[in-house]
Each structure stands twice: as structure tokens, then as C-alpha cells.
Design a protein around this ligand. Sequence first.
Ligand code: PMP
Length: 424
Amino acid sequence: MTTEPSSDSLEGLLDSARHDYKALGSRGLSLDLTRGKPAPAQLDLSDELLSLPNGRYTSADGTDVRNYGGLQGLPELREIFAEVLGVPVGQLLAAGNSSLELMHDCLVHALLSVVPGAESRWVDQERIAFLCPVPGYDRHFSLCRRFGIDMIPVPMTDAGPDMDVVERLVAEDPAVKGIWCVPKYSNPDGVCYSDETVERLAGMRTAAPDFRIFWDNAYAVHHLTDERVEIADLLAACAASGNTDRVFVFGSTSKITAAGAGVAFFGSSPANVEWLLGNNSKRSIGPDKINQLRHVMFLRDADGVRAHMERQRALLQPKFEAVGRILDAELGGTGLAEWTSPKGGYFVTLETEEGCAKEVVRRAGEAGIVLTPAGATHPHGDDPRDAVIRIAPSYPTLEELEQAILGLTVCVRLVGYERRQGLD
Ligand code: PMP
């Protein structure tokens, strides 16, 4: 517990924050902490991909990867990621370059063609809603918005979405057709779903017979510490609960090899896989198997993926440590903010006092430090508490990052103390 400063000392704290902010502004910074992009040094780790497949053009079963076909993706690549994503190889597709694209397509197909277990197409229903654990990933929310899907925020806990709320909402409203989940090292708060959360998601009673969990396992192997967090197997738990078709699993190598030039995966029940393949066969004659083959040659096996991710971690971990160290030193004990110390993934969440986040982001922007807009972590960009700021430490160099986080702490102090003064 921190004690509220007296207004005398508040005056002093505010003076020094104003002084530091002025100094910050005069430095002419131009730093960007907006999106979770890998840094060039991380991408360099996969440079070898650029010279592969190096004259080879047949897959293990003799398929000529230069030609059309093979909608399910190369078996040897699916073999590697079956283990990484915890999906039986026969139920895993290796697709294009983007898992977000797969999520988009699943929504479109569910709207326009009947998903297994559905009575009708989603587009024919008066209202469709998705549960959106918050804070969450803005691009999930953009997809809902794009397709007119209502978004119902659900609070996150440190074990995943608040399951009492989830269970109540899915049981009472047949319009609730889905939930967005980033189950491991969640974007943005780094939460890993507990075994109990996974069990409850698998077993809960849903009013909609065609309810789907969009299980976006984007950070499955993206550890930042020695503790390699593992989460329970939702696909198996759904099957064991008799809700076999409930989950769509997504993943990609975007933050393993090359962002936007990797391979995306879809895993699900046999019926869902058949459904997606059937729909995809109208959309494509086959994925980019040359890219899939070069990923097989480069990564080799699941151990190869893990070894590669250790090299990624060596570049990322010092950045996350720097963020934690600076936040501790500058804001620790002030009561102005709290922040996460994620064990993996790509983000740190900074939570300011209520009503401060937008102003902190604005002030930081004026001082040359661009942050993800406050509110982006909530449906419609509306964080009702105006408190959550997502920090993406991966892209800047360590030195730039340190400057940016230090500058951010100045803004948090300035806005926080100004607000407290206003409340006096
Ligand atoms: N899901 C989550 C949770 C993400 O954070 C990201 C990337 N920021 C994506 C999906 C996008 O993945 P892809 O590049 O495979 O489309």
C-alpha cells in the first residue's frame, strides 16, 4: 500500500514531473512502441530461409512443391507443429502466411455457410455476439466490428477470462456464438489460462449449439523465462466433454521466423477441419508449399523450433527486463500505476490510475514516444476505466526502448500527479 502524498509533497512531485517532461520534450525523440513487431535482429535469426529450399522442390512424399495442390499443407510441417500446438497431425492444416487471415476466413465461412452443429448460417440470425476478454487483442475486435458482430467484454483474471461471467453469458444467450482467447502469454496482459479455465471452457453449457472458441495460440512457444509455461489441451478437453466441435485452434510462425512471411496453422475436430477445407477449396488451389518446405528444412522438428525460440528469447528477454527495471525504479511505490511481468509473449500491460491512460498516451506522443492508442485493448477502443496501456518492447533497440520507457514514466508521473492535484 502506498500512502497518498500530502498536497505539499504533491506540489513538489508535480513540479519535478513537469520539469522532467519539459526536458523530455526538448530531446526531440522519435520512438515507436506501438505494435508487437519482431526487431530486425530477431528476423536475422531466420535469414537462412531466404536461401532455402536451395534447389530442392519435392516434399517427403515426392510432391512437387512448385505446383498446385495439397490444400491441407505439407505433412512434414504439420508433423512439427502438431507437437508445438498440441493438435493431432491429421487435424492440423498448414495454410497461408497469416493466422489472422484464417480467423477472418472462419468468421466469413461461419457467416455464409453452416458450421458443424449449426441450425443456420450466422448471417441469417438477427444478432451474433462474441465474448471479448479484456484487455485483449485489437485485431480480434476489428474483425467483429467488420462483420457486425456484437462484442461483450469479459474481465480477465490471472487465470484467464472470468469463467463465472463466461458461463453465465453463454448459457443464457443463444446469440453468443464465440469467444476470443489468447490462452498463453496473452496479448496484452501475458496471462496463461489455468487448467481449471480450460476445463470449464470445454465443459460449459452453451445456449448456442454452434458456439466456437477462437483459440488464438499465437505465443505457444514464446517463452521469456526458464519456466516454459504449458497450458492444458483444450481440443482434447472439448472432445472428452462431448463438445468435440467447440474449438478452432490458430497459430503461426509469424513471431518464430518471418512476420508476415511465415506459415499459419488451423487445428480442430475432424468435422471442423473438413468444413474449413471444403470452404477453402473454393478459395484457393493450395497453399505456398515452397515456403512450407523451407520452414521444414530450416526448423527441422519441434526441438528445432524450441532451440530457435531460445535464440529469440536471448534477444527479447533483456528488453522485457529493462522495461520492468525502469518501471520499478521510476514508478515503484508511487501508486500511480501497476504493470505486468510476463513470462512470455510480446507485451507488457501498464495500468494507470483510472482516467489517465489516454492523457498519458497523448503526452507521450507529444514528446515523440508513440504508443498504441489507449483503449485499443477494448472493444470499440473504449476502455471504460481509461487505464490500460499496452507496451510492445520488441521492435526498438535496447537503448531506444530504455529511453522510451523512461519517457513514458515521466508522462505517467505528470498525468497522475496532475490528476491528484485536480482531486484535492
Ligand atoms: N494473434 C495474436 C494474439 C497476435 O498478437 C498476432 C500478432 N500481433 C496475431 C494473431 C497475428 O498473427 P499472424 O501474423 O499469424 O496473422
